[in-house]
Design a protein around this ligand. Structure first.
Ligand code: PLP
Length: 467
């Protein structure tokens, strides 16, 4: 499979290339040249497969040319063998229409493990036997950081610098990152917001002072391999609920538009998806864009769902590229304008083409209300991110005979203060995270200025192998 940039001005790469590159050199995001498509019979034949076998079926079209099927299977076994549930992403019924897809059975209790455990394996596979080394630089609003650090801690040829907004993530989230003391792991707390941190990472990728000495790459969901891994569980859930004969809707707690974009790809590949509900909290740029065409940046409001406290959703560019008829120069012009003006308008025509997506917004009361409903009516304790998805699922206009699957993106214990406030129940941390609160923490607090962060990284990187 060949991949091209959404901005049409970077060289095409194969799967190995896009996995190691992250962002394209023209500032765009890599997407497959075409969406592979399964026939109805092919989808029907996936029913009953184990998660790992299903993952191999769904991902093979994307990895062709870079990995054999046997190699891909080995990597999936290593990545998903670390999950605490044999089904990897089990489905739980709430009522006659609503279901939860539990994506939090990985080592760091959030759905990002599904993608990052595989990405860690892919990095090792592609770097082994070469003299290349990678410096991962990432920004996290909480969950990406711990999942990425867990996936690469102690691995050779990979070093990671992870930026998080100081005091804006939960104590569990922070400790899951800062108590990993492997020498290839560096945590940086930025005095600023997640968007400030993410903007710095983007700047760094285009900074020759950095690129001349380090082979930097991204693990944010701008990395194609992450999105690819997330397509699998849409297939897993829909197959259990009757696909391909029956349509299924999904409600997705959304921040960077990565997870929900994976659902869009699943639909492009032939999975019968009735609707994708883009569920946001009060940081609602995507809800405004999809419902009114207003994609404009405003300040970030901290909420009980910090992994969704985002104002600019990087992966939205991948959808815009498709909505523009996959025209890279139009997308590049649109993104340049947006980066300068902080806003763009989606025409009625573009919104019509995006009408496969519904959107919803949950404020603090609605989020807490959804947590209470799940607990009181269905006996399920859910985290605030999942609650925002469930609110979207229950308020969307979906026919009663279509199952609606809410993606449960984090374990409730990861956000136990908010869960306790809403339900009175304080969920216990599962045994697999160990004695998180007794371990030593290590991280550096830096001002929210690009130069300070760049200098810190340049002076602390081991530089095991230069480009
Ligand atoms: C990252 C994250 C999200 C948002 O996912 P995107 O792919 O960024 O849209 C939602 N919930 C949780 C718990 C997360 O960690």
């Amino acid at each position: 499979m060949k991949y091209l940039s959404t901005r049409g001005n970077a060289s095409n790469l194969d799967f190995e290339g896009v996995t190691l590159a992250g962002l394209a050199s023209d500032g765009g995001l890599y997407v497959p040249e075409t969406w592979p498509r399964f026939s109805e019979a092919e989808i029907a034949s996936m029913r009953g497969l184990s998660y790992i076998d299903l993952a191999v079926r769904v991902m093979t079209p994307f990895t062709k040319g870079s990995l054999s099927e046997a190699e891909l299977k080995e990597l999936c076994e290593a990545a998903y063998g670390r999950f605490s549930h044999a089904a990897v992403t089990p489905l739980v019924q709430l009522d006659s229409q609503h279901w939860l897809l539990e994506l939090f059975h990985g080592p760091t209790l959030a759905f990002k493990d599904v993608a990052l455990q595989l990405l860690g394996q892919l990095f090792e596979k592609f770097l082994s036997g070469s003299d290349k080394a990678l410096t991962i630089v990432g920004a996290t609003s909480g969950d990406t950081g711990s999942a990425a650090i867990d996936a690469v801690a102690g691995r050779e040829r990979v070093e990671i610098f992870m930026l998080h907004p100081h005091n804006r993530i939960s104590d569990v989230q922070r400790r899951q990152m800062t108590t990993v003391l492997a020498p290839n792991v560096h945590n940086i707390a930025i005095q600023g917001s997640f968007d400030d941190a993410q903007a710095m990472v983007k700047t760094m990728f285009n900074d020759p002072d950095v690129n001349s000495v380090l082979n930097v790459t991204a693990v944010n969901s701008i990395n194609w391999a992450r999105l690819m891994a997330q397509i699998v569980y849409y297939f897993a859930a829909a197959l259990k609920l009757g696909a391909p004969e029956r349509k299924v809707a999904f409600s997705v707690p959304t921040g960077n538009f990565g997870d929900v974009f994976a659902g869009y790809v699943a639909a492009q590949m032939g999975l019968p998806v009735e609707r994708l509900i883009v569920a946001t909290n009060v940081n609602d740029i995507l809800h405004r864009a999809l419902s009114r065409g207003d994609y404009s940046v405003s300040g970030v409001t901290p909420t009980s769902a910090p992994s969704m406290d985002i104002q600019v959703s990087s992966n939205f560019e991948r959808l815009l590229f498709d909505l523009e008829g996959r025209d890279g120069s139009t997308t590049a012009a649109r993104m340049k304008w947006f980066e300068q003006m902080g806003k763009m308008v989606l025409s009625a025509d573009m919104r019509k083409r995006a009408s496969f997506f519904a959107s919803a917004r949950a404020d603090a009361d609605e989020t807490a209300g959804a947590m209470r409903w799940a607990y009181e009516q269905c006996g399920q304790i859910i985290d605030p991110h999942t609650a925002i998805g469930l609110h979207g699922a229950r308020t969307a206009n979906i026919a009663a005979d279509v199952p609606v699957v809410t993606l449960a993106t984090a374990h409730p214990a990861k956000f136990r203060d908010a869960v306790e406030q809403a339900t009175g129940i304080r969920p216990a941390l599962p045994g697999r995270v160990g004695n998180l609160f007794e371990r030593e923490e290590r991280y550096e607090v830096l001002p929210g200025e690009y130069a300070a962060v760049r200098d810190y990284i340049l002076s602390n990187a081991a530089r095991p192998a230069l480009l």
